[in-house]
Design a protein. Structure first.
Length: 458
């Protein structure tokens, strides 16, 4: 099994979100002490439905939404992908995607101020910039293999200040779009392009206007093709297929790049042209390696300016002899110009810089709930996803026991109406640690509530 490190980080994100929730659909508990013990005992028994059912409806939405977002990372593991896809399908998430994919082209915008550490402007201003996230959805997006030629025509706040695009002087941030060419995209009915703008004037309350355009390479038809014999090829070998030639696309094996676990088999594939999905599978179509990174590694195509993209794969074992390269190739696509114009968009509050961030882990609460909206049975979804994660995350040491919870002694319990607070005392590396925990009483019964900084959740 692969993806141990990634799995640990994902489970940590789950733990932080769980730590921010409270109530259940169960009958609840007669005291905070009983609620605390029940939550831990359920996790020890791997009874994830009981763990999930102790959360409020809002808490379940937040955790379920976080797991939806994490599913993309989980699916990078070749062994987990079929199980992840099955769970998503069972809970109607593929139907939601299909509905968006058949809808008309839609453009939306989200504004957010970025924290100071996120971006360094060229003029070394201490003010953090504002991101304008252009969100595209609909059938033309679902059928697009690439997007680019993003042009900002006008951006102005309600004080009359022209907001120019700013560049990151730190070199840490990659551009999210191409201004003079196309870049390939993954399958999906939505796409986001982020424009980083100067900070609005003091006292400004709205983005008065934002105008511009971009292009999608869309339409035509998509063909899934397979190239055999990958296990016997080496970096530099050109991969041939009639459909690639017809689409004006190329594929080759490249020198491995990115991070790989010691002893892993590393393979990198470089493609150019209207190619969207890239995977390594066996003759039965099951993934044999998981994707570890993507990089623009070569010259662009002169026809549409689509740069060569490298995709790195890794496997904990040698590739089987029947390993094939699976590609989705688009033919007869044409560029579609998508204008965008937004007026009088309220500016985000200053609090948005830190909103939804807990020790650098976890998504914003509102976004997580939005992702969970299509899920009808959130408790079952949460239980299935955490059970899947639990399979791949091994404790760093056997004595650490449970992967999610540190059980300690509940002390300093104080009850104030329908809220209770306490301190959980644990021993870590021989030293005593104190972590706050909160409980909520709903309809006369107690449930585990907010745990600051993750509380007794690992």
């Amino acid at each position: 099994m692969v993806m141990r490190k990634t799995g640990s980080l994902l489970l940590l994100a789950v733990a932080v979100v769980i730590a921010g929730c409270g109530r259940s659909e169960s009958t609840g508990y007669t005291s905070p002490e009983e609620a605390y013990a029940a939550m831990y005992d359920a996790a020890e028994a791997k009874d994830w439905e009981t763990v999930a059912s102790c959360l409020t409806p809002g808490g379940r939405e937040e955790l379920a939404g976080t797991l939806v977002m994490m599913s993309a990372f989980m699916a990078m593991d070749a062994e987990m992908r079929p199980q992840v896809e099955e769970i998503l399908k069972e809970h109607g998430l593929d139907e939601e995607e299909d509905a968006k994919a058949q809808g008309p082209l839609k453009t939306e915008i989200e504004l957010t101020y970025e924290p100071p550490w996120w971006f360094s402007t060229e003029d070394e201003s201490e003010e953090s910039p504002m991101s304008a996230i252009i969100k595209l959805s609909g059938k033309p997006v679902a059928e697009a293999s690439a997007y680019g030629f993003v042009q900002l025509k006008s951006a102005r706040d309600d004080k009359g200040k022209a907001l120019k695009e700013v560049k990151d002087s730190s070199g840490m941030m990659a551009m999210t779009y191409e201004a003079e060419g196309f870049q390939s995209r993954k399958a999906g009915s939505t796409e986001e392009i982020t424009l980083v703008l100067q900070r609005p004037s003091p006292g400004a309350t709205s983005l008065a206007v934002l105008q511009g355009s971009l292009k999608l390479m869309t339409g035509g038809r998509c063909e899934k093709i397979y190239i055999d014999g990958i296990a016997g090829k080496k970096p530099g070998d050109v991969l041939q297929h009639p459909t690639l030639k017809a689409a004006g696309a190329t594929a080759r094996l490249a020198e491995p790049f990115g991070d790989h676990e010691e002893g892993a088999t590393a393979v990198s594939v470089a493609v150019s042209g209207p190619v969207r999905e890239i995977d390594l599978v066996d003759s039965g179509g099951s993934p044999v390696a998981f994707e570890t990174g993507v990089s623009l590694i070569g010259a662009g195509m002169s026809e549409i300016g689509l740069e060569e993209k490298g995709v790195a794969f890794s496997s904990s074992r040698a590739l089987p002899s029947d390993t094939r390269l699976e590609l989705e190739v688009f033919l007869d696509q044409k560029p579609l110009t998508v204008p965008f114009e937004f007026e009088n968009v309220p500016l985000p509050s200053e609090q948005r810089e830190d909103e939804g961030v807990s020790d650098g882990i976890g998504p914003s609460e509102d976004y997580a709930k939005e992702m969970a909206e299509p899920i009808k049975d959130k408790i079952a979804f949460i239980a299935q996803m955490i059970a899947l994660l639990d399979k791949i995350v091994e404790p760093e040491a056997p004595e650490q026991g449970n992967r999610l919870l540190d059980k300690g002694k509940l002390t300093e319990l104080k009850i104030d109406g329908d809220t209770a607070t306490a301190i959980v005392v644990t021993i870590e590396d021989g030293a005593e640690q104190k972590k706050p925990i909160e409980f909520k009483r709903i309809d006369g019964h107690w449930f585990v509530g907010l745990l600051e900084g993750g509380g007794f959740f690992k």
